[in-house]
Design a protein around this ligand. Structure first.
Ligand SMILES: [Zn+2]
Length: 123
């Protein structure tokens, strides 16, 4: 009889501490906060990544966050397209006509860097 009474009380009150409706909404709230934190973190990471992606004064980002070549004023399909575009004949031609001094200076600097590197390796 005593045991039965305890069981009755237990089953009667067992729903109180862990009310499924309350528990799930609390879990959801916790999950929500975590998801928001994660989303914020991901956005931050993405922004950092984007900042790292194309590090060139010749590239700007438009309102849609797409990379745009300042020289040719064309939207690049992707961030990886920049390296290909940079060495493309069209881009070099436009660059040479619009910024002849910079164009030859960049070639000069690249060659100078190669010379310095070779000298450094040989010495
Ligand atoms: Zn270009």
């Amino acid at each position: 009889m005593k045991n039965k009474g305890v069981t009755v009380i237990e089953t009667h009150f067992s729903h109180l501490p862990r009310n499924p409706a309350l528990a799930s909404s609390r879990d959801e709230r916790v999950m929500d906060a975590q998801a928001k934190k994660k989303a914020l973190y991901r956005a931050k990471l993405k922004a950092q990544k984007q900042g790292k992606r194309i590090d060139s004064p010749l590239v700007r980002y438009n309102e849609s966050d797409q990379p745009v070549c300042r020289v040719c004023d064309i939207v690049l399909k992707s961030d990886s397209a920049w390296s290909a575009h940079q060495i493309s004949a069209k881009h070099r031609e436009v660059y040479m006509h619009t910024h002849p001094f910079l164009f030859f200076l960049s070639i000069f600097l690249k060659r100078l860097l190669i010379i310095i590197w070779v000298v450094h390796i040989l010495s």
